[in-house]
Design a protein around this ligand. Structure first.
Ligand code: C2E
Ligand code: MG
Ligand code: MG
Length: 587
């Protein structure tokens, strides 16, 4: 037994755990033994410890919750295991994992308590560190999640906003902002689809192209707001008169298009045109007054379903101008047998009318120089067409067509007014100089137009231009045409006080007797003869002949198309009073 006791004693003394034994039979359960590890762990020596109650290790920290368990275990004489905050002799904290066990004698009486202590500070610190790290991580995750949720909400909002915007943009791209009707793009798109369907079903599609008659008058006289009101009202009536499956579009300006699918024959489309005319037949109320509107409609039917949308629109457009030419307020069906040339012609007419409506014409001016003073004395007004696709179109490409369809009358009136206005501007700007004259070309059709003299008089009155500052140029062939009214018209013009010139002289076949009777002031020698001056003896002789003829009739002579110094010198030698041409300036 002694040997065994020695062994146990050694084992306890050598244990790396701190071990304490207390004696509960003595007051306050004093420590009666501590091993070496306890001394190392706490810094207290065995002498300092013996006789003390174990609670001295807790110092001021004697209320920590695990102590309740320790006290209960002591009371109830049972095992317990707790983790305590203890303090070393130097005051530093260490975490003590305490296992307390009662020891009983052979009769079961409590004799001792054995405390096994384990310094778990490092583990505890590692745990704490880990816990803190976890807490930090948790916090970071929480914050990040919150931020993510916020970003996500923002994103959702943005997506929703963008969707609305996109819808608006798409709507805007395919609809007319004023009437809300489909626009040209959407119409062309739908026509394209309709043609594909028609081809599959071997059916037909019809396009109606309509243009309001006299819309410009409303717009110009009542203002753009009234014009917009009319367009809105027209759009409404069109929608009311058409079926849901029929596409109505505002094509631009006062042009509307209608797409009809599954048409059996032209009469279906004609009926639709009649419905439109009827819908627009009721009066419109504008500025407190009733006004009536009519429309011209062009109709085209797809024959094979093989046509392109642009082609059909082109035909419908051309037909619409036929309806206009036929006196407006009616419809015209595209003539399928029309050849390309006739179609092109029809289109040119259509485009010319549109150009006038859209104010695409411009006036350029070319100076006329006097040999006497060496100064610019006049400017010739020369029209150009600023075509949105083709660029600047010269008059040679459209004047003849404009004449044929009678459009030269309104175009000519516009040029005249514009030129008179411009001349007045020059006079205002250079009041000290002799007033510049302005030369305006008149076509044969204009000359035959009943109201010509009145219109010119109006233009002069309206702009306030002195009649003597206006020169009217008429091509020789027109003057010599022998139309009975020509002479009378020229005389009336002369009475207004304006000057007259015969243009392109030498190209027509003037009879001297007629020439003598005409109240003209100038002859403009055609540039084809001026071009040969000095080179071609025939031309030179001809020019010389014309000049003496003109002078004998009391007319002044203008050399047209002077390009070189030599031509200039020659025309001067021959007695021309004026010269005009690229040598001085292009229009
Ligand atoms: P025009 O009245 O005999 O006008 C002269 C034409 O010759 C102009 O052509 C002018 O640009 C061109 N020209 C002038 N100097 C020279 C030159 O040195 N060399 C060359 N190669 N050409 C020169 P543009 O402007 O093309 O006009 C052609 C014609 O169109 C005019 O011939 C006129 O008959 C007609 N025209 C022009 N504007 C009007 C208009 O407002 N009304 C009418 N009815 N006819 C017009
Ligand atoms: Mg001329
Ligand atoms: Mg000429």
């Amino acid at each position: 037994m002694e040997q065994e006791l020695r062994l146990l004693y050694r084992a306890i003394a050598a244990s790396s755990n701190g071990i304490t034994i207390s004696d509960p039979s003595q007051p306050d359960n004093p420590i009666i033994y501590v091993n070496r590890s306890f001394e190392l762990m706490t810094g207290y020596s065995s002498e300092e410890t013996l006789g003390l109650n174990c609670r001295f290790l807790q110092g001021p920290d004697g209320n920590q919750p695990p102590l309740t368990e320790v006290r209960a275990a002591i009371r109830e004489e049972r095992d317990c295991q707790v983790l305590l905050r203890n303090y070393r002799k130097d005051g530093t904290l260490f975490w003590n994992e305490l296992r307390l066990s009662p020891v009983h004698d052979e009769r079961g009486h409590l004799v001792n308590f054995v405390g096994v202590q384990n310094d778990v500070t490092e583990r505890k610190q590692a745990e704490e560190k880990l816990k803190r790290a976890y807490a930090e991580l948790d916090e970071r995750v929480r914050q990040r999640t919150a931020r993510l949720a916020e970003t996500n909400a923002e994103l959702q909002r943005e997506i929703a906003e963008r969707q609305v915007l996109e819808e608006q943009l798409t709507h805007q791209a395919f609809h007319d902002p004023l009437t809300g009707l489909p626009n040209r793009t959407l119409f062309t798109d739908r026509l394209d689809l309709a043609l594909v369907r028609a081809k599959q079903r071997k059916g037909k599609v019809a396009v109606l192209f309509m243009d309001l008659d006299n819309f410009k008058v409303i717009n110009d006289s009542l203002g753009h707001e009234a014009g917009d009101q009319v367009l809105l009202a027209v759009a409404e009536r069109l929608e009311d008169s058409m079926r849901a499956e029929e596409t109505i579009a505002r094509f631009g300006g006062d042009e509307f298009t209608v797409l009809l699918e599954d048409v059996a024959s032209v009469s279906d489309a004609e009926r639709a045109a009649e419905r439109i005319a009827e819908a627009l037949g009721a009066p419109f109320y504008l500025g407190g007054r009733e006004r009536f509107l009519t429309t011209s409609i062009g109709i085209v039917l797809s024959t094979s379903g093989c046509e392109l949308p642009e082609e059909l629109l082109r035909y419908a457009d051309a037909s619409m101008y036929r309806a206009k030419a036929a006196g407006r307020a009616c419809y015209a069906v595209f003539d399928q047998s029309m050849n390309e040339k006739a179609l092109e012609r029809l289109e040119l007419e259509a485009h010319l009318r549109r150009a006038l409506k859209r104010e695409e014409f411009r006036v350029y001016y070319q100076p006329k120089v006097s040999f006497g003073s060496g100064e610019i004395v006049a400017m010739e007004a020369l029209i150009r067409w600023e075509h949105p696709e083709r660029g600047l179109v010269p008059p040679a490409q459209f004047i003849a067509a404009a004449e044929e369809i009678g459009l030269i009358v309104p175009i000519g009136r516009w040029v005249l007014e514009e030129a008179c206005r411009q001349a007045c501007r020059w006079h205002d700007r250079f009041p000290d100089r002799p007033p510049l004259k302005v030369c305006v070309n008149l076509s044969g059709k204009q000359l035959q137009h009943q109201a010509l003299v009145e219109e010119i008089d109006d233009a002069l009155q309206e702009t306030g231009l002195d009649p003597t500052a206006l020169n009217l140029e008429i091509t020789e062939s027109v003057v010599m045409e022998d139309a009975p009214s020509t002479l009378a018209t020229l005389q009336e013009l002369k009475e207004l006080g304006v000057n007259l010139a015969i243009d392109d002289f030498g190209t027509g076949y003037s009879s001297l007797s007629r020439l003598r009777r005409f109240p003209v002031d100038y002859l403009k020698i055609d540039r084809s003869f001026v071009g040969g001056l000095g080179k071609d003896p025939d031309d030179t002789a001809l020019v010389s002949g014309i000049v003496s003829l003109a002078h004998s009739l009391g007319l002044k002579v203008v050399a047209e198309g002077v390009e070189t110094a030599e031509q200039l010198a020659r025309s001067r030698e021959m007695g021309c009073e004026f010269a005009q041409g690229y040598y001085f300036s292009k229009p």
